[in-house]
Design a protein around this ligand. Structure first.
Ligand code: GDP
Length: 601
């Protein structure tokens, strides 16, 4: 295909703003799949996954569109994840394109993550076309949405088009605008005759192994070629290349300007890293494409099977998920309180939710996640520098010289009415610092903060949504590490330390948290025949204490009883898990108590 008539574009949209519906219309308009089959086969399968909230992004789609100028154009449309945790992946998908559609729901306005992704597109020099969607709805506010797009990302009216993905109104005009305004792939230059390709995604397939999604910037690649992945420094022989139309279709070759896939017998997803450059192993380019980065998990949590017998099953499930998710890392961990499980690293909270959800839905595993923790850094008195991913490994006070924690730039877009309460949430309840406010259209403002990541990863999002009745949206970016006055808080039950109940907190919050924890434990642990002291220990002393009184014998029975009718496998596991007791310091602690505590902060 003549690259002059290729347009590579990404869609940037917030969830529910109409991306799937728009793709549906474009496929229909370009007669790309049999219309009758479309709903059932292609889009419904996506819907099902989406309903589960587990799809991060769908694969790219190639369509052919005959423009009003009479020419036939090849459009490659890439999905980008709208989630905060996947910014790096978004940036690589954008780097594979020359243009982007910024799709905004006219009844909702621009959301915070969309702004971030649009900025990323601008950094990659993409031509951005705004599409104001759902204009068929009476509540659509086209003018205000237009103003917001102007204010937030500076796109002018002549690059914005009102559409209805549902009725199809404006969609042809959108395609016309794309072929006129978005440059052809030649604009990014076919700078080399040698093979130069960008990996922007990879999927695991049972039969083919790893399927690499790539954009070719120079040269071409075909079956039988020897390719080299530059960052992972591995060489493979190409077994198959092809395009997405929208299913994978094998082609003769992939050449400069095109977007497609490569199968090359790659076994491990970690070999096919997003952002890596593909070149000819025998005739390689000298310098890889810019922008490659190794993604590192930012949030860690303990992950335990609901019942110890499911440990093996959980390990297998994690390994399966890992096949498609290079950013998921896990190592075995055991804890006297929780038994055998894993320490798992995630890109962020959303990534964590997705993994948990998938374990439950796809593998029917009831799992327990402990309170997530960020990665702290510490400089020890002996000069050593360490990273701490598990609060129970936080070193003793007297060993530490300095502690550092990750900080973020946080942006919240909200109607002005909720401004006061949101600032209060970030500044008073959490440890954020309000920086300034800027305008977005007439009806909304952007609040800018600096805040420790640790304060964002626990219930911030839910509280923000509750305060703003669902109207506010947020986005954050980790800016770096800063020194912080952090201390370790530990809980002793009957004078024995409970590793699962170790917390790293800011010194100013240690007393409040300690009080909450000892009180809650007192309520959660059943009485025993002896008195049980519960203590919170911090910086070498006990800072809070409560006592569970001793019990007269006859009541004991009642605390443990109860039989349940079991229906679903999942429910059964969960219930059993909750009835489990852990013995710490001769005290029987229901697993339920741990679960309830994991929610305290
Ligand atoms: P996605 O999450 O961005 O893929 O959003 P969907 O395409 O699934 O759309 C979310 C909801 O908005 C669905 O119920 C769609 O039917 C609806 N929707 C999408 N586009 C339009 C539109 O132009 N008009 C109306 N009225 N509804 C739309």
């Amino acid at each position: 295909f003549d690259p002059n008539f290729i347009r590579n574009i990404a869609i940037i949209a917030h969830i529910d703003h109409g991306k799937t519906t728009l793709m549906d219309r474009i496929l229909e308009l370009t007669h790309s799949i049999d219309e009758r089959n479309m709903r059932e086969q292609y889009l419904d399968s996506m819907d099902l996954e989406r309903e589960k909230g587990i799809t991060i992004k769908s694969h790219p789609v190639k369509v052919f569109y005959t423009g009003k100028d009479g020419n036939e154009y090849e459009l490659n449309i890439l999905d980008t994840p709208g989630h905060i945790d996947f910014t790096y992946e978004v940036s690589r998908s954008l780097a594979a394109c020359e243009g982007a559609i910024l799709l905004v729901d006219a009844t909702q306005g621009v959301q915070a993550q969309t702004v971030t992704n649009t900025y990323l597109a601008m950094e990659n020099n993409l031509e951005i076309i705004g599409a104001i969607n759902k204009i068929d709805l009476p509540t659509a506010n086209i003018d205000e949405t237009m103003l917001e797009i102007n204010d937030l990302v500076g796109i002018e009216a002549d690059s914005i088009i009102p559409i209805s993905a549902k009725t199809g109104e404006g969609v042809t005009d959108l395609l016309e605008l794309i072929i006129q305004k978005v440059p052809s792939p030649l604009s990014k230059g076919n700078t080399s005759d040698k093979l130069k390709g960008l990996i922007f995604d990879a999927k695991y397939d049972k039969y083919k192994g790893i399927i690499v999604y790539c954009r070719i910037f120079g040269g071409k690649v075909k079956k039988g070629d020897k390719i080299k992945l530059m960052a992972s420094n591995a060489t493979y022989e190409v077994i198959e290349v092809g395009i997405f139309h929208p299913e994978m279709i094998e082609t003769e070759d992939l050449s400069a300007g095109e977007i497609g896939y490569i199968v090359a017998g790659i076994k491990d997803i970690e070999q096919a890293r997003v952002g890596d450059t593909i070149t000819d192993a025998l005739n390689p380019i000298e310098k890889p494409l810019p922008g490659y980065k190794e993604v590192k998990p930012m949030v860690y949590a303990g992950l335990y099977p609901g019942l110890p017998e499911y440990y093996e099953e959980l390990r297998k499930a994690l390994e399966k998920l890992k096949l498609n998710d290079a950013s998921l890392v896990f190592t075995p961990e055991s804890s006297p309180a929780m038994g055998y499980g894993f320490r798992v690293g995630f890109l962020g909270l959303l990534h964590m939710d997705v993994v948990k959800e998938r374990l439950q839905r796809e593998f029917e595993l009831a799992v327990i996640l402990t309170v997530p923790s960020v990665i702290y850094k510490a400089k020890l008195r002996n000069g050593e520098e360490i990273e701490i991913t598990n609060p129970s490994e936080f070193p003793d006070e007297d060993l530490i010289e300095k502690v550092y924690e990750p900080f973020c730039k946080l942006d919240i877009i909200t109607p002005p009415d909720y401004m006061g309460d949101l600032i209060n949430l970030a500044q008073v309840e959490k440890r954020g610092n309000f920086s300034h406010v800027s305008n977005a259209g007439k009806n909304r403002v952007v609040l800018h903060f600096e805040i420790p990541l640790a304060d964002l990863i626990f219930d911030f999002f839910d509280k923000m949504k509750a305060i703003s009745k669902g109207y506010a949206s947020m986005d954050y970016e980790i800016t770096g590490y800063k020194e912080s006055n952090l201390v370790k808080l530990e809980i002793l039950i009957n004078r024995e330390k409970v590793d699962a109940l170790s917390y790293v907190v800011h010194d100013s919050q240690s007393y409040t948290l300690a009080r909450k924890l000892v009180d809650k434990l007192r309520d959660l642990i059943p009485r025993h025949q002896f008195e049980i002291p519960i203590q919170a220990y911090c910086k070498g002393k006990i800072i809070a204490r409560s006592t569970i009184k001793a019990l007269r014998k006859d009541v004991l029975q009642k605390c443990y009883g109860g039989d349940v009718t079991r229906k679903m496998k999942l429910l059964e596991k969960q219930k059993e898990g909750k009835k489990r007791m852990r013995e710490i310091g001769k005290v029987n602690i229901p697993q339920e108590a741990f679960l309830a505590l994991l929610k305290v902060n």
